[in-house]
Design a protein around this ligand. Sequence first.
Ligand code: G16
Length: 543
Amino acid sequence: MDIITVDTAPIAGQKPGTSGLRKKTRTFMEPHFLENFVQAIWQGIGGVQGKTLVLGGDGRYFSDRAAQVILRMAAASGASRMIVGQNALLSTPAASHLIRSRGTDGGIILSASHNPGGPDGDFGVKFNTANGGPAPESVTSKIFEATKSLTQYRIMETQDVDLSALGTTSLGRMEIEVVDPVADYAELMAQIFDFDKLRALFAGGFRMRFDAMHAVTGPYAKAILEDTLGAAPGTVVNGTPSPDFGEGHPDPNPIWAKDLMDAMHSADGPDFGAASDGDGDRNMIVGRNCYVTPSDSVAVLAANATLVPGYADGLAGVARSMPTSRALDRVAEKLDIDCYETPTGWKFFGNLLDAGRATLCGEESAGTGSDHVREKDGLWAVLFWLNILAERKIPVAELMADHWKTYGRNYYSRHDYEAVDTDVANALMDDLRARLADLPGQEVAGQTVETADEFAYDDPVDGSRAEAQGLRVTTREGGRIVFRLSGTGTEGATIRVYLERVETDPTAVDDDPQEALAPVIRAADALTGLAERTGRSRPDVIT
Ligand code: G16
């Protein structure tokens, strides 16, 4: 077992994005690409000498190879212990929990989230700090700086470690502990939710379909929903993780989870449906004939939080990313608690959660979470919903109708234009940015602009500032449009257009969202010339 030093040179393009470094799998498989980035992580966090880290991921293609490389590099740089999920599997929230509960120095998560896997798909590497959350920009910028000047990396030459057997082995002087990926996480869920009530719900004939999308949540959902809570066998579908997610796109939205949508809109559909993504941090909630947008979902969780044992004492505050609809703000106002508005990226919630300012957080991109870990958590959100339904004993559609009558409805949708030419996307954003100051008072496709600005965030806990976080325009008619370029895509640019319109008339909260948003959609196009500039007549994805 020799430690060798390999000569290398900086590789361009290793700047972590919204959530770690995501690239085409083949890029990660190029010589030195992974090794350079891992060595840069070690440098960015001040070395791994004597440290304990967690390692795991969503099991996508190349994870098994990457895990072996990371273990050999950790051993070569003096790490004292690595806690690894069996077969290198750990959902992102389970990894966050392990990092925290075992008091480690952080962890590495191998995932590209909801992006497809396989040799032609995507791969990703993300570092989480000791609080269990994605590294903040202060750390990712150090990692990026390190990628720009690397000349060498250290790695141990040795056989692969057997990651299929639970227990402790060693690699040189480093200990490797292979753990059951599900056990600790399942225990945490049992502490937060009323498992007896959930058992009674399923015993009473409540029917559910959970689509794990061939991704990491399958074993977690099966263990908790079927084996522990007594949901009928077969409740969890597509429950075996596969390296290419069954050749699918593990993104829990109405487009990619169409099977589930169809089942929930069929005559004999189940009472409740849910799906989760590649690494288990995103969720989709759907009732019978009723899709719940992620923005509404977090608002419902906040409004009903005290029904759940883990939140029975109430919420300290809540937070949402800026493009997420302001449905949550309405609930916060009623509860008389703070509602923070952060940039897109779960990492921005970390300080608020650590400081006890926010208990619950949510994003339009299908992420919801709380202070139980420092990542968003798909299965947790599903259990939260189940706990609420077990208490309120009404169907999802009725619960939503009641929510909108009480709080008003923030009609909401996101339109994505994917793989757009980067120059076209940048020019579209630059042109709008240049006109922001002149827009207030102008009429655009029948809507009058009230405010127009570029979002910047001053973190109230550590004072750090994040600029250029999206262009936003509000209208006097109650509309809001946000334009952003995605920070997680791996091909060209993805333009995200976030559309929202507030409706407070309780008799007008049952419309189809795309119809209710039609004037806002027209204004978004008129503001930017989106259709013409991208050459697209419609978005690639509508959520
Ligand atoms: C990540 C981040 C989220 C973000 C999402 C989309 O989620 O953790 O905070 O909302 O990406 O980001 P963007 O709009 O820049 O593509 P995940 O589930 O992909 O890790």
